[in-house]
Design a protein around this ligand. Structure first.
Ligand code: SF4
Length: 927
């Protein structure tokens, strides 16, 4: 096939077109590199400056990027990289490491059988890596114990799709946003988790004010900023809501009977189940804890507006009823025939850059490659294609069960690639115990520090985003190239290479004899078309890119983004599925699924009266191993936190910025309190990013229950019963220091944050400290004040023993701030933003010096909490601009640039404007 290539894709060593490393939006990136001829300590040419910008020609983002994607260039330093293989903590050669891995796996299989080994993969892997890992485990080792962190992200959508459509097909595409008149966003803080898509929705709404946006989410998130209607549905009650909608559609004659009779089965049963759970509007509103009028509005809009698009994400998937939630949504789209038409359809938003690629190759334990399921015909087909007689006969263990099996000693060797299960799985205390007990834990990663690497018996250095070379698939089925900007750091190797080397050492030489990523891609493409058509020319399987199976290396290098499937009529891809039926079931009809709503398995009780919901924040990605390297991404939210409703805060005696501890039956965590009405009374919210690498006590997945959905095995990350209490510290404080601290102080609460020129520790301690001021010197690495003076620091100090306030500043001989530390008896501490900014100054001036120990910025210098990460604009600067007359987001942007790059902070700017207006109105009412 002649692949279309864009002129921009021609290889230019100083400008590379690639794809973002983070979320499932899959934004195209242009990376411009200023190369420097000097060699670094590793003897490789390194780029001095990488300028990252959105790729205008990429159809998924049309030139836009969010704060995370924009900061990718700041995460490429080698300091945090894993550079050499290690066996049992000792550096080894690649040959030794690969021999060791192959021997460990072979011996384990010989002794205990194929199911005694496992792979745990990641949506961060490229499709080529994923393909060979799955081929080795399912095709040659003969076990299906290969699962992926995508299990935690969207496996409920996979099963929901398969139950309804017969295959895991996403029927819609991003272009549907611009065609839709109603966009319903369910269980997704799109503004923070898929920011570029959110901006796309926002632009569409701004250009077409008639477009209605409905957000269905227990929290009032930043996504509600553009909503005509927010339905704060009770946690776990979505199936009542969508069953109610189906009933309403039937009651108002909005059902597309023609579409159903031609293309669907099971409508009557699904409607009967829906009617049984949703007798009338009031009952549904009651079950969902919603206002009846608001619910009626949504039902009316969905009934009347034909071009209706439903986006959904983790709030739907990460649930013990996730699959039923998905099918309750799909039922409504099938019932109205709103599927596969411009502006109409369900669209699941994937979390990771290559969650979809993993689905294509069978990265989940219950699927085979190329969207094939486990059955005799497919097993036979794969065996013939791969020329193996050892294809796994039945599904393997999904993530939570896999780690339980490791804990039970049934799995004795696990190879974990590009993921951090010691943080990201629920009930992480048990996961860590499992890894500690496991005889062989091989971890392939590009970073040298992660909670999971702590347990590795073998560490394999993998290439990072800027060195990888292959393909990824985004939420709209669009395959894009990820291209290398640099040669690999140290001895890092591509994951596909490491896997194929191990496979060859295990005796599978011919089947894994690939020379490059393109070799693997060609085979993957060929498999997608292998025995994949029927007489009626209807594809047997939806995933087909076989037209790319003879792509040459140059065309692979220049491959432009394409939406699968590729057909002879649609050489550049297919936008939508199912407008005319043709589902992938034996009779080509979609299946309605009767849904009988049930409450989540673990309910709040007297011991654990609150419900914990978890999620993500705007500027961090997963377990922060990469985003935390970009100082500007650490400014917006720098500590683990817990949101709770003012009523609960009052009841618990917790104030804003206090520390709060959450406890469940599985574990505990401590974070900073945020008191807000954006969460419902009775529930708390905490983000999932922090790890043992950056906090001692803020790991939320220690608390999360390990309950899973019965169909998808996706863990319930949105509903854990917990209790909360104020963390009562005797001392609270922070340390900001220019030098890297080798050891963390022994404190009961601690979080580390990286700034551009300093390290920042927040801490709290529950018992009395002896000689507190001296303790601060110790934590900074000095035995006492004399020691610091002896090292030529000017020492500024303040102590008030009566009030328990201790403050310390160290200034070096060049008049640069070296460290500042403050210890008090209350959590009300000075703002750290201004103090942090002093580390970027060549000298500390007199004004700053005078203000240093108070922590209060001189007039006009305090920017407040950073809101706009792109231009480092703080809330106080924005408030000042508003006081000076800026009345809307545009005027704030014109004056400060805030919100004018990625736009992710616009909801927060709006909220500051609103707060300032309220304060002004209250003040003028008083006068
Ligand atoms: Fe990357 Fe942001 Fe685009 Fe997601 S929305 S792919 S994180 S730039």
């Amino acid at each position: 096939m002649n692949c279309s290539t864009s002129p921009q894709n021609e290889i230019n060593p100083n400008s590379t077109h690639t794809t973002c490393a983070y979320c499932g939006v899959g934004c195209g990136i242009k990376a411009d590199i200023e190369r420097n001829k000097a060699t670094d300590t590793l003897g490789q040419n390194q780029a001095q400056v990488v300028t990252i910008s959105g790729l205008d020609s990429h159809p998924s983002n049309l030139g836009k990027l969010c704060s995370k994607g924009s900061a990718l260039g700041e995460t490429l330093a080698h300091e945090s990289r894993l550079l050499f293989p290690e066996i049992l903590g000792e550096r080894s050669s690649w040959d030794e490491a690969l021999d060791h891995v192959a021997n460990q796996f072979s011996e384990c299989i010989a002794k205990h059988g194929a199911d005694s080994v496992a792979f745990y993969l990641s949506g961060q892997l490229l499709t080529e890596d994923y393909y060979v890992a799955n081929k080795l485990m399912k095709g040659f080792i003969g076990s299906a114990n290969v699962d992926t962190n995508s299990r935690l992200c969207m496996s409920s959508s996979v099963v929901g799709h398969k139950r309804a459509f017969g295959t895991d097909t996403v029927p819609a595409c991003y272009e549907d946003i611009e065609c839709a008149d109603l966009i319903t966003i369910v269980g997704s803080n799109t503004a923070w988790c898929h920011p570029v898509l959110f901006q796309r929705i926002k632009r569409h709404k701004e250009r077409n004010p008639h477009v209605k946006i409905v957000v269905i989410d227990p929290r009032r998130t930043q996504t509600c900023d553009i909503a005509d209607l927010h339905l704060p549905v009770a946690l776990g009650s979505d199936t009542w809501l969508f069953n109610g909608l189906l009933t309403h559609l039937a009651n108002t004659q909005a059902i597309d009977h023609s579409f159903i009779s031609q293309h669907c089965n099971g409508f009557e049963e699904a409607l009967a189940a829906a009617q049984a759970s949703s007798s009338n509007l009031e009952a549904i509103a009651n079950a969902c804890n919603l206002d009846t009028k608001d619910l009626a509005n949504f039902f009316t809009w969905f009934t009347e507006i034909d071009r209706s698009l439903t986006l959904y994400s983790q709030g739907v998937n990460q649930s013990s009823r996730g699959t039923d939630k998905v099918n309750s949504i799909l039922n409504c789209h099938l019932a109205t025939g709103r599927i596969g038409k411009p502006g109409s359809g369900p669209l699941s938003l994937t979390g990771q850059p290559n969650a979809m690629g993993g689905r294509e190759v069978g990265g989940l334990a219950n699927t085979l490659a190329a969207h094939m399921d486990f059955n005799a015909e497919n097993i036979n087909r794969l065996g013939r294609f791969w020329q193996t007689s050892n294809v796994a006969k039945e599904p393997g263990l999904p993530a939570v069960d896999m780690f339980d099996a490791i804990h039970a000693g049934k799995i004795k060797a696990v190879w974990i690639m590009a993921t951090n299960p010691a943080v990201s799985l629920p009930n992480t205390n048990k996961v860590k115990q499992a890894l500690a007990k496991c005889e062989t834990v091989i971890v392939s990663d590009c970073v040298n520090k992660s909670d999971t690497l702590e347990f590795a018996t073998v560490k394999l250095p993998a290439t990072g985003w800027s060195e990888k070379d292959g393909t990824v698939t985004n939420s709209e089925r669009r395959i894009s190239r990820q291209r290398a900007l640099f040669s690999p750091a140290g001895e890092a190797k591509h994951d596909w290479w490491a896997i194929t080397q191990v496979a060859q050492r295990m005796g599978y030489t011919d089947a894994f004899n690939y020379k490059c990523a393109a070799d693997i891609f060609r085979e993957h493409a060929a498999l997608s078309g292998f025995e994949n058509s029927t007489k009626a020319n209807h594809l047997r399987r939806d995933f087909d890119i076989s037209l790319l199976s003879d792509i040459n290396n140059a065309d692979y290098e220049a491959l432009a983004p394409k939406q699968w499937p590729l057909t002879s009529e649609q050489l550049n891809g297919t936008k939508r599925f199912f407008a005319h039926g043709a589902f992938y079931t034996p009779d080509q009809k979609a299946r309605f699924i009767p849904i009988s709503p049930t409450a989540p398995q673990n309910k709040p009780c007297a011991t654990y009266p609150l419900t914990l919901n978890t999620g993500r924040i705007r500027d961090q990605w997963h377990t922060m191993t990469r985003t935390a390297l970009a100082p500007r991404l650490n400014q917006h939210i720098s500590e683990p936190y817990v949101e709770l409703h003012p009523k609960d805060a009052l009841h618990l005696g917790i104030k804003e910025h206090d520390l709060i501890s959450l406890e469940s039956a599985w574990g505990t965590m401590t974070g900073r309190s945020k008191i807000t009405k954006t969460v419902m009374a009775g529930s708390v919210f905490a983000p999932m990013h922090w790890t043992a690498s950056n906090t001692r006590t803020g790991l939320i997945n220690k608390v999360v229950n390990p309950v899973v959905d019965p169909f998808s095995n996706q863990p319930e990350s949105k509903h854990t019963p917990v209790r909360a209490k104020r963390f009562n510290g005797k001392h609270y404080g922070f340390v900001l220091t220019r030098h890297q601290l080798t050891d963390w102080p022994t404190t009961d609460y601690l979080t580390e944050i990286h700034g551009s020129a300093h390290t920042h520790l927040e801490f709290a301690h529950q018992t009395d400290l002896n000689a507190p001021l001296n303790t601060l010197f110790n934590w900074l690495g000095y035995t006492n004040e004399e020691d610091a003076l002896a090292q030529s620091f000017q020492v500024l100090r303040y102590e008030d023993k009566q009030l328990g306030i201790y403050r310390l500043g160290l200034i070096d001989k060049n008049e640069q701030l070296h460290a500042v530390a403050i210890l008090t008896q209350t959590p009300a501490l000075p703002e750290r933003q201004w103090l942090s900014s002093l580390f970027t100054k060549p000298k500390i001036d007199t004004r700053a010096r005078h203000a240093l120990l108070s922590g209060c910025a001189p007039a006009g210098e305090d920017v407040g909490n950073i809101i706009c990460a792109c231009f480092s604009v703080g809330d106080k600067t924005i408030a000042k601009a508003i006081a000076q007359g800026c009345c809307n987001v545009k005027q704030v942007g014109d004056k400060l640039k805030a919100g004018t790059n990625c736009g992710s902070c616009i909801p927060e700017i709006k909220s500051i404007i609103k707060t300032c207006e309220t304060i002004e109105k209250t003040n003028s009412a008083k006068t």
